[in-house]
Design a protein around this ligand. Structure first.
Ligand SMILES: [Zn+2]
Length: 310
């Protein structure tokens, strides 16, 4: 079994749905905030994954965004690495700005707001992971770290002796982390396979808003600012708000993928995508683009498209 799914940080299905709904006027301010926080965190995870990859030796196995469950309790781990005889658990934080640590509590400096304790979160994940390993009869020590990746993160009165990696230490830590690892053995892959097989794809805690195709706002929206795009010449789409250009083909493909994320059970048809894109691209052009990138399925009343099987 390959762990391809966990090789890069990936947004959960529900967050992808929220992301596709964002420009379509159905999200509450709470959902927007939730998405915003998640995307910020996700950027941090991507940055960490990139640094890890750049420094990575061959002799380690890595899983991103693994969500497990034990005793009815779900938990998600940003990054899990197995090397030598130890499992490393990284809780990645993309916090930006000045923070204060005071007697076990964490505060944002500028508004004195208390935030949840990342060390407590790490401890919780460590404890739950330990339970799972015990259940699998795996006796592997866990070493956890909270990693702050944003270059503008500053923690005042930082506690000593805690497993925290600060932005300025990150490169140094990863260099050391990836050096002199013993070669991987069969059991390493076996452990990671067993853990990833337990992945909980859909969290029980996410509730998505109701939406349906007819009432959602149609159009092609800017990836950067969510403003509606207009045609620019024959082959391009243009955002008047941030002056970004996107190829027509790229835009139609992106919108088709969004359509699939939001409506996994609906068939991809030329007319559906034509409507979905706000009718700014002709049926003929949409058909050409879909034919090029998807597989055509014909049935007695017409045709629809499916992803090409590799
Ligand atoms: Zn824009």
């Amino acid at each position: 079994m390959s762990n391809e799914l966990f090789q890069q940080p990936i947004l959960s299905d529900s967050m992808q749905v929220l992301q596709c709904l964002l420009p379509r006027n159905v999200l509450s301010s709470h959902e927007k905030q939730q998405l915003d926080n998640r995307l910020k965190g996700f950027q941090g995870e991507e940055l960490f994954a990139e640094l890890l990859q750049r420094n990575s030796a061959e002799n380690q196995l890595i899983l991103h965004n693994l969500r497990l469950e034990t005793n009815d309790t779900e938990f998600e781990m940003d990054c899990l690495a197995l090397q030598n005889e130890v499992i490393y658990l990284f809780e990645v934080k993309n916090y930006e700005g000045d923070f204060l640590y005071d007697d076990g509590k964490w505060f944002v400096v500028h508004n004195k707001k208390e935030i949840s304790d990342p060390l407590a979160q790490l401890q919780r994940s460590e404890m739950l992971l330990k339970q799972i390993l015990q259940r699998l009869n795996l006796n592997i020590p866990i070493q956890g770290y909270v990693v702050f990746v944003h270059p503008n993160f500053q923690l005042y009165q930082a506690p000593l002796g805690k497993n925290i990696i600060y932005p300025a230490q990150l490169e140094r830590f990863l260099k050391k982390f990836s050096a002199h690892n013993a070669p991987l053995q069969h059991w390493h892959q076996n452990v990671m396979n067993r853990l990833s097989a337990m992945h909980v794809a859909n969290s029980r805690h996410t509730r998505l808003p109701d939406y349906d195709f007819p009432t959602l706002r149609k159009g092609v929206f800017c990836q950067d600012c969510s403003a509606i795009l207009s045609r620019s010449g024959r082959d391009f789409l243009h955002c008047q708000n941030c002056n970004v250009m996107e190829s027509l083909e790229g835009g139609v493909l992106r919108l088709t993928k969004e359509f699939v994320v939001l409506f996994p059970d609906k068939k991809i048809t030329t007319r559906k995508i034509f409507t979905w894109c706000g009718e700014i691209v002709s049926m003929k052009v949409i058909r050409r683009i879909l034919r090029k990138h998807f597989e055509v399925v014909s049935y007695n009343r017409g045709t629809y498209f499916i992803f090409k099987s590799e």
